[in-house]
Write a protein that binds this ligand. Sequence first.
Ligand code: GUN
Length: 293
Amino acid sequence: MAEIIDGKAVGEDVVARVKKLTAELVASGNTAPGLAVVIVGEDPASQVYVASKSKKAKDCGFHSVQHTLPAETSESELVDLIGALNADPKINGILVQLPLPAHIDSGRIIQTIAPEKDVDGFHFINVGKLGTGELATAFVPCTPAGSMLLIERVRGKDLSGLNAVVVGRSNIVGKPMANLLLAANCTVTIAHSRTRDLAALCRSADILVAAVGRPEMIKGDWVKPGATVIDVGINRIPAPEKGDGKSRLVGDVEFSAAEKTADAITPVPGGVGPMTIAMLMANTLVSASLAAG
Ligand code: GUN
């Protein structure tokens, strides 16, 4: 049976380190790192994510502000808010929760965030740095960065020559994940909805990252014996066995079958999820430390 990778514990380690370094930064006369989280509209899942990001920032000793804007907010109002946050010296990190309402061009909004405050790593400058291997000065998107840390925990830092398959090609997870694995000298394939014979491709993966958002789509017998499986999916499905109207969370991987074949696998919940928030805290601290000089 596979090792179950405890993302909650690893995330807590990262957060504990962020707290300690934040206390040291403040003790040496600097202001606390500042994180501004912006949410537009009432998407229930986004509200939960944003509330936990703001709360974790407070726990770390950060200056934490949340801007909750109505769904009818115009694009130019949002641009103005980001402009004010860009200019605010108390703010080191700006996170605009995605997805935004359909009338707002999220691509344009992301590009208005100052690259040095782009703790999500979505601005072209940070995407370009990651794509060209300038990792030392890039903000790397939090979910792939956290997934990499989990992979290194179980496989060590040398991933050279391993076959990595990333299922999903989003800008938030799939593409940056592939770039991180490439920078670590893996042989990387990105699979997506048009990929032919996904099962055979997955069976070639020493490292399999699932980020498609489709419940249990990756079957257990697609997993290569000894593989490391990172399940980024968080899908809510009906759970009639728990009672009428109840639901439960599952990943993109058929966990009960995959854990029989894999060497190590992340659970859902408690795998990648806690790492995303932890890496956001780490990125915000880095931003504050750079601003402090
Ligand atoms: N929506 C889903 N994941 C993310 C993320 O990592 N950052 C932002 N801003 N929005 C998201």
